[in-house]
Design a protein around this ligand. Structure first.
Ligand code: FDA
Length: 311
């Protein structure tokens, strides 16, 4: 119920306007978002690299409204790839196709992605296509498979989500294509016609897809904070003799930092997804929906601020 309400609010621009001007929400956002500027995010990556953790930078911003905005997002990503290179950081980038104009025209989106991927190739780096809500799954995978992956096989990869019924088949397809997959559970509000409503089924499907990818896939990114699943992954790798450089664990900035560092200390590869930018509201609301207990933190701070002001 609360999860659904938070996911509904994540898509309301008028609520964002209100929240953006709220000091408590902004402070809370800083736990999950590395800052509003590229410089702040690159500093966060530097600190992660110093701990032996690699990163994937995400310039927050979802659907754009016109061609000029889409082209500006593409240029921002190209600048970001240059800055990563200039600062010699161990990081790649994650991109949403809607931020590159997918809702305006597929051809526009592809032309911008070619510019971004040309720069990624020049810098020998990698661009991950984030997966958005199920409305975009088919289009994202089709454009990836037919237009982007054939042209940039080592520079671009996808995300598959274990809450979708279709994902087991998509995993098999990705294995045939030998493309790189980040496996996640999925963060959007989806109907039971396309996604498992029960968490137990989402988790079981994650484990099935994860084991397929670990055994037959191309350097999968296992993106989860679920300690049980991480334990299963480690055990499976040990039993199937899969070396720890054949896959990586991935987590979100600000979530389970203890576990991130523990896995590095144990000799596993760890990449942290580092979001930044002014458009942090929908991202923050999805993180709250995953763990509504975080709301208690915000509520507690609002009470403290209100009481503080009255004194
Ligand atoms: P689950 O939700 O079961 O959580 C397991 C445990 O992790 C919780 O009990 C809690 O301890 C901790 N935890 C999880 N979320 C937390 C939070 N927000 N705050 C504090 N603790 C938390 N989704 C998507 O739809 N498209 C995408 O492209 C991506 N990309 C992506 C990249 C990376 C690197 C990660 C780690 C995740 C994504 N996601 C995503 C989000 C993903 O789909 C999923 O919503 C979250 O990772 C939460 O799921 P878990 O697998 O962590 O399990």
């Amino acid at each position: 119920m609360l999860r659904n309400a938070l996911l509904y609010l994540s898509a309301q621009p008028t609520v964002f306007k209100f929240v953006r001007n709220n000091g408590v929400a902004k402070k809370f956002a800083r736990r999950f978002v590395a800052g509003e500027t590229a410089e702040e995010a690159l500093d966060a990556v530097k600190a992660l690299n110093a701990k032996g953790i690699t990163a994937s930078l995400d310039l927050l911003g979802e659907s754009v409204h016109n061609e000029a905005e889409a082209r500006a997002s593409g240029r921002d990503y190209i600048r970001l790839l240059d800055q990563i290179r200039q600062r010699n950081l161990d990081a790649n980038v994650s991109v949403k196709l809607t931020a590159m104009g997918l809702d305006i025209s597929e051809e526009l989106c592809i032309s911008i992605m070619h510019e971004v991927l040309d720069r990624a190739r020049q810098h020998h780096t990698f661009v991950r296509l984030d997966m958005e809500s199920s409305e975009y799954t088919e289009r994202t995978l089709r454009l990836f498979e037919q237009r982007l992956y054939p042209a940039y096989p080592v520079n671009v990869g996808i995300v598959l989500l274990s809450y979708l019924y279709r994902t087991a088949a998509d995993v098999e397809r990705a294995i045939q294509l030998k493309c790189r997959v980040r496996l996640c559970k999925g963060a959007y509000k989806e109907p039971a016609t396309v996604a498992y409503p029960e968490k137990a089924n989402v988790d079981a499907n994650y484990v099935r897809c994860m084991q397929e990818l670990m055994q037959h896939g191309n350097y999968p990114g296992l993106a989860t904070h679920d300690e049980t699943i991480i334990r299963v992954a480690k055990k499976f790798a040990a039993e199937a003799k899969i070396p720890s450089d054949r896959y990586e664990f991935q987590m979100l900035y600000g979530v389970r930092r203890d576990l991130q560092e523990q896995l590095v200390a144990e000799g596993y590869r760890m990449r942290v997804y580092v979001p930044f930018g002014t458009q942090w509201y929908p991202y923050l609301m999805r993180r709250l929906a995953e763990r509504p207990a975080n709301l208690a933190f915000i509520a507690g701070n609002i009470v403290k601020e209100t009481v503080g002001r009255r004194r």
